[in-house]
Design a protein. Sequence first.
Length: 789
Amino acid sequence: KKSIGAFHVAITNVSEDEINKIQTNINVNSLGIMISKNAVPFIKDKNIELNYLNEAAFKLMNINLEEGQLPRSNNEVVIERWILRYFDEEVKVGDIIKIQDEDGDEKDYTLSGIAKDDWQNQSEGISKAYLIKNDSNVKEDSTVLVEIKDEADKQEVIKEVSNLVSSKSEVVQNKDLLRLIGESSNADMNKSLFMIVFIVIGIVVLATVVVIYNAFHISIAERMKQFGLLRAIGTTKKQIMNLVIREASIMIFIGIPLGVFFGIVAVYCIAFTFNKMSGLGEFSNLKVVTSPFVLLLSSGIGAATIYVSAYLPARSAGKISPLIAISSQSLIKKEKRNRSGKFLGKFFKIDTAMALKNVKRNKRRFYITVLSMAISVTLFVTFMSFAKFSDNFSEKVTEDNDIAFTIYDNGNTEKLDAINNKLIEEVRNISGVSEVYKHYNFILTQGFVEDSAIPKEVRQWAAENRDEDLFKSKVDGKNKSKISVVFQAYEDNKLNVAKKYIKEGSIDNLKDGEVIIVRETTFFGDKRSLIAPMAKLKVGDEILISDVEYSDGQENFNSKELKKVKVAAIMDVQPFSDLDYQGVLNVIGSKNTVKNIIEGNQQQMKNFKVTDLGIKIKNESYLDKIDKSLKKIENTNAGIGYYNKIESAKNEKAYKLQMSILLMGFIIVITLISAVNIVNTVTTNILLRNKEIAALKAIGMTRKQVRKMITFEGVLFGLYGGIIGSVAGTILAYILYNPMSNIRDFKFTLPWNSIIISIVAVIIMGYVSALIPLRRLSKQNIIDSIRGE
């Protein structure tokens, strides 16, 4: 809402009568009125667009102020900061500025506030201005911003208000907001979003239930002897049950309030951290809202889980004979005779063989311990996969995010080289500038590859959204697939930066005719988008290239009229992401390579020039100084303009960092809880076998052999749990993948890294967890342990 507005729908060209009708809809929560005028000359060669808003519209638009306040009277205005640098004298909040309206009338306004820069407005040379609007003055060209009540069906209400306006009005949905809250016009997307939320919450709740159940089961098992003594002196099964339930109630009254408290504190800590991040990112200026429904629901689930977890082990405890419970014989299971003992004895020493037999001797203990470890691995694999899937829905942080300023050709002169070498050198010599990157205009061409190179999913997408014969063509009479190719020319400094983005191949000695391809691209369709390679190419493959953009109707091509390039390297993401185009094969080559391809096309050659410069600075302390230097350069070069990108770059970086903090923080918390659960389960299981271990020592087993047996058991539990958890985690990851791929289709890959990390970690934890109780057991007297004292 902060960046895209809090309104759900905007309706243009609305009359006063239509506005009154919309306001009467009971599902409309708030209605703002805005009148936007055409851009008019303001200062130097820059223009200004006047936007008149009422109080409600200001709230719904969420204008981000850098300083000052929103207009409160008709003679106050808010404008963007970047436009202020074109005044001859410094302009501050409270100063008077002159603005001319559409009729040419000039009026004095007090600058009440300064809005944050929008780099797109800067590149167009048009600053937004926001003024207060009188509600009594509604004109036919008014735009209505409608916020719908939370509980209402957004699409149904949008239909209702759309029917209240005339055909000349345009209804524009705030698609980004509606999509994020799961109420877009695409029912499949809404369903997928709800499925994702449901699956994530379901996994967490299920894991919580298992962890709590294990904790209670261990607690009951530890006190089995005490329950036996109580039964021996006359306590009934029902009384034992009531005792355990009372304990559970006490834990609920203590644990749930503490859990709610720490949960709220954690949310406040996250909000505090994000708000301190220089006010940047989508999650800055967060306000924590505590929902009573969420608190009650989580408390209810926790209480129900504790009662069920207490009831089941307590019922089992009530069924055991008092004498067996007192003697701790319930924990010792007599093994049936089988041939595996002789087999194990031939290949393993006694300690290893016993460890292999012990892990499965007590089925319940085996299942509980393995389940604890499997749950931990399952959570780790699932949520690491979820974090990886989420990367497909956000922009990658690249070199482009380090660009502080951009100089561009504004088209105000007929010069073909508004950005020339003299200008570039002048910029490079500014103190504080660390690098200047030339950005050439992209060259759209056609490429020809083997039919087998086009992925099946891309052909399917083309059939759904365009034309199944989209790729059909021939070269020298042989079938080929024709694809759109966008060439981008990189000079040496950009190629040096690109080296760290290379995933396959090398560009250490990139020759003319050799290129880098970007592996995947995004295809946008009517219902879903697809992330996939335009063509499956390998290092060393060759692509035939035409120097024309389009060849509608032409199916047969002559190879003599085509140029050939060779794939030298492959990257997953471009260093300069502003130049990434969708639904094409993005290709990067040297300046000479690109010129050689288009040399026969005069129009392409004419258009091939430097369109803008990306300026990287040493640090932010040089920002103002560089800004002033660029302003002087702009004033003396009519064909160029420049804008400050540092604010938007910071926002993108902050957003990525905030998302990483949320996801990785969640994974770390899950991992810590899982680790404690594993240590608790393994440690308790070993302590409960005190009598058994003492008996083994009594018949001659050395301390070293006992240690080896116990630690090997811990490793085995970790191995079993790791394998089972990896399988379960992969299945759950795939279940999560399905609804996410319905929103943006991408390829599912097995989470091998997460699987290997989790299995190794859980084996180590099993080993360490087995070592912890051995110290305590080694100090105990063998006779006392056997007697069960």
